[in-house]
Write a protein that binds this ligand. Structure first.
Ligand code: 5RP
Length: 244
């Protein structure tokens, strides 16, 4: 249920969850406007990016866009793009991409940093987003924070989970091993790693935090995307807005 593709035409907007989904939809649909014919596009993960992927698929279908190739950041976005008829290519085929559209768990309107990894896809997302000439974050206005304070996902080798959590504590954070939704065991990423969510509270020095997390033994990738963001397109209560 993470990805909602089909909009309900008469959505009742009094439910806060519906309002939130509407904001994400606006952000996602507007973000798709950056895609032009002939572009190679990184396709992010999550409920907001799902709308951008849907819009790209619809535009290809209408003939409004042509010769677009997508590179998916997760199995979910791969399957969604495939369902919508977007031609997909493997990341190995490219040295760079024209644009990547991805979501965020928290974004800072004053700095080009975001926290990602709510879907545990941050390693592949970071790889693909870093290859793009332009990284567009599609999101909603409720996810803003200055400074960033969202727990940072850290994917780790399974055997390093205890050591990694001890390092996070030594760095002043509160670690928690992420469990699968059914709670019958820890969540494994697509690459077979575990995820430790690291709560540091407000992060005044995001660059320093990113450097410290990368030093943790067994760490594979963390969800701080530092200085990578070119534009944020976000849905609001009554429309859509952007910062660059
Ligand atoms: C997945 C991510 C997502 O982009 C992030 O969790 C935002 O998702 P959503 O748009 O559903 O709120 O980083 O790893």
């Amino acid at each position: 249920d993470h990805i909602r593709v089909v909009p309900s035409p008469k959505r009742i907007k009094s439910d806060p969850e519906d309002v939130l989904m509407e904001m994400r939809k606006r952000g996602g649909l507007e973000a798709a406007e950056v895609v032009e014919s002939g572009m190679d596009v990184g396709l992010g993960t999550g409920s907001t990016t799902a709308w951008a992927i849907a819009a790209i698929g619809w535009k290809l279908d209408d003939g409004e866009l042509e010769n677009v190739r997508g590179v998916a950041t997760s199995l979910q976005s791969h399957d969604l793009a495939r369902e919508l008829g977007i031609p997909l290519t493997d990341v190995d085929e490219f040295d760079s991409l024209d644009v990547a559209i991805d979501g965020a768990d928290q974004w800072d309107p004053d700095h080009p940093h975001v926290v990602k990894g709510g879907g545990a896809s941050h390693a592949r997302e970071k790889l693909i987003d870093s290859m793009a000439d332009r990284l567009v974050i599609a999101t909603d206005e409720q996810k803003t924070a200055t400074p960033l304070s969202h727990p940072v996902p850290l994917s780790v080798l399974p055997e390093s989970r205890n050591v990694a959590q001890e390092w996070v504590r030594e760095q002043g954070g509160e670690p928690s091993l992420r469990y699968a939704e059914a709670k019958d065991g820890p969540l494994f990423t697509a690459n077979g790693n575990l995820v430790v969510d690291c709560d540091f509270g407000e992060m005044d020095d995001v660059e320093g935090r990113a450097t410290d997390l990368a030093r943790i033994p067994g760490a594979q990738e963390h969800g701080l995307f530092v200085g990578m963001v070119d534009d944020v397109i976000y849905g609001t209560d009554d429309g859509v807005d952007s910062v660059s």
